[in-house]
Design a protein around this ligand. Structure first.
Ligand SMILES: [Zn+2]
Length: 208
């Protein structure tokens, strides 16, 4: 788990946590991430793309190079293997869409993988899940109990991803960001404030 540097004093952090909705706006993160390099990504050889918390370079390959592999795929043109994101040169024009599809699928997989770690501790059972483009929100909980996650969340380090998930699961028990809500979160994840700070500092980088 990456530790975010504590630039703000504990008072500010407490106030921040108490007041802010957790699906912290990427806008807010952008404003705070003054010292960070631009997160704008181009679909060119060597560009780094995040998955969970790590950066992997993109390399374009021609269809001949991939050979037999083409048939034994999971249906995705974009692949993460040998430490690289690989995409056919012929699909370059559509690279962004391939990345979005890939991230959506990975978010679904991660959700199913991470959920069992927390459901008993939170005391809920998530029946309905959806991964979509939630714009400036990381996640939300629908009235009908559906947990919605932004596909960008899977770019975050796993501990931050877990926090986003646990936050929404906790909402199934406590709807509002009350004292009760935060005490539930802190019981399950005592270092949740660090994870919030990470999102605050780096959230804007979780994008294409
Ligand atoms: Zn919330």
């Amino acid at each position: 788990m990456l530790r975010a540097p504590f630039r703000e004093d504990p008072e500010t952090i407490t106030a921040f946590v108490a007041e802010k909705r957790i699906w912290i706006h990427q806008k807010l993160a952008k404003k705070k991430a003054i010292n960070h390099v631009s997160h704008h990504r181009e679909f060119v050889n060597g560009q780094g793309f995040l998955y969970p918390g790590k950066s992997y370079r993109l390399r374009f390959i021609n269809n001949e190079q991939i050979g037999k592999f083409e048939k034994s795929t999971d249906g995705f043109v974009l692949k993460l293997r040998h430490g690289y994101f690989e995409l056919y040169e012929s699909q370059k024009h559509n690279a962004r869409n391939h990345f979005i599809s890939w991230y959506k699928r990975q978010t679904e997989i991660k959700l199913k993988e991470r959920m069992p770690r927390y459901d008993k501790r939170v005391g809920v059972r998530v029946e309905k899940l959806r991964v979509s483009d939630l714009g400036h929100r990381w996640a939300s909980l629908s009235r009908n109990g559906m947990v919605n996650l932004n596909w960008r969340t899977v770019m975050a380090p796993i501990g931050v991803f877990d926090y986003i998930l646990v936050h929404e699961m906790a909402h199934m028990i406590v709807r509002r960001h009350s004292k009760e809500f935060w005490s539930l979160i802190s019981r399950i994840m005592p270092d949740y404030k660090e994870r919030i700070l990470w999102l605050n500092e780096h959230g804007a980088e979780l994008d294409l």
